[in-house]
Design a protein around this ligand. Structure first.
Ligand code: ZN
Ligand code: ZN
Length: 381
């Protein structure tokens, strides 16, 4: 039996105006209603999140109301899902990926030795390319398409889908499906890069073996209808291999060779292999380091952690304890531009009218959460 109740223990009582709730699934938990949603200046502020409370215990687990972001709720942690007992299934290696990753990293290591003899434009192109491709992951596949934390007009979506293809980290649909499963079933076998299986597995190992059956089962049941309905995302998925060949391999390799006379060896090993290996490893750190090292100021019960170094490497994606606690916040951080180039970029796009409806959690809700579930490392503690 389920009970709905409005609770005013954690945040400003003046904000407890919200009185209706969504239809909720049957469980043994009590749902606590969200406080208030306010919308102004194109930014939706979420004043409090939905919470589940076990009837027989004190544990409170965050759960977001579908009223706050009706178009998406598949990235909200589902604490009712737990691993089944028994030994883990045998690893099935994917030799094609192992060989590809091994060759890429050998090429990248060789590329490091060529860096001093590279032309300066090759350097600049590599940095520029990785920032653009990185935004295709952070502002595109992650904050826009996986989490729906803001809305983007067509020119920005076109830029992001091209930037995302440049990053070559699976098409947006597949990336978002894996990522929603990562949030919903965090640190279980249904999490594609379950950090309980260690640093190497959550960093790159998960790409070198067949997916755990639980990932296929639970991931296959996620609601992906929003992305299926988005023509641009489906177009990228259909022509992904061709697009990757054109703008991932041809662009960074041929441009330095054709336009400023770089050798093909430098172009391939530095501008493609080394640059791509750096982008991949920086992105993977969010799944590995930011799930293993750092504080948990917002929720000590989840694996994700705050890791500023990962934020530097990943254009702002290292505030990971915050992000898993509030996956609907477009800044993926309590702060805006602090070590967060992606938020700066989205805000610039908003100033140009290309991004809007940026979802943001209020300070009051953040502090309430810090007090309730944080590990005591937050500056307010
Ligand atoms: Zn995420
Ligand atoms: Zn994570």
């Amino acid at each position: 039996m389920l009970h709905l109740s409005s609770v005013a223990a954690d945040s400003d009582p003046a904000l407890s105006a919200f009185t209706t709730g969504p239809k909720l699934p049957t469980s043994k938990m009590t749902a606590l209603l969200p406080r208030e949603i306010s919308s102004k200046c194109g930014t939706t502020t979420i004043v409090d999140s939905h919470s589940w409370r076990h009837q027989d215990g004190e544990e409170t687990i965050p759960f977001q109301s579908e009223d706050i972001r009706p178009e998406m709720r598949e990235d909200i942690h589902d604490p009712s899902y737990q691993d089944e007992e028994g030994p883990p299934p045998k690893l099935e290696y994917v030799w094609r990926n192992i060989i590809f990753m091994a060759l890429l990293h050998v090429g990248a290591l060789y590329g490091i030795t060529l860096v001093p003899s590279c032309k300066v434009y090759t350097w600049l192109l590599g940095i520029f390319y990785n920032i653009v491709a990185g935004l295709g992951i952070t502002a595109g596949a992650h904050r826009l398409w996986s989490h729906r934390t803001y809305k983007a007009r067509l020119p920005l979506r076109l830029f992001l889908i091209m930037a995302n293809t440049m990053a070559f980290q699976n098409d947006v649909y597949e990336w978002a499906r894996d990522h929603r499963a990562h949030h919903k079933f965090s640190e279980t076998h249904a999490d594609p890069h379950n950090s309980r299986r260690g640093f190497f597995f959550s960093h790159v190992g998960w790409l070198l073996v067949r997916k755990h059956p639980a990932v296929k089962e639970k991931g296959g049941k996620l609601d992906m209808s929003d992305l299926k309905a988005e023509k641009l995302v489906m177009f990228q998925r259909r022509y992904y291999k061709l697009a990757v060949t054109l703008i991932f391999i041809t662009l960074p390799t041929m441009v330095p060779w054709y336009f400023w006379g770089e050798t093909l060896r430098h172009s391939l090993c530095v501008s493609t292999f080394l640059r791509y290996a750096v982008l991949l490893n920086f992105t993977w750190l969010v799944n590995s380091a930011a799930h293993l090292y750092g504080h948990q100021p917002y929720d000590r019960s989840i694996g994700a952690r705050e890791n500023p170094l990962v934020s530097v490497a990943s254009l702002g994606e290292g505030f990971h304890n915050y992000h898993h606690a509030f996956p609907y916040d477009y800044s993926v951080s309590e702060y805006r531009w602090h070590i967060n180039f992606t938020t700066f970029f989205i805000d610039c796009m908003a100033a140009l009218g290309l991004a809007y409806d940026r979802k943001r959690v209020s300070k009051a809700a953040v502090l309430a959460r810090v007090k309730r579930t944080g590990d005591g490392s937050h500056k307010s503690s």
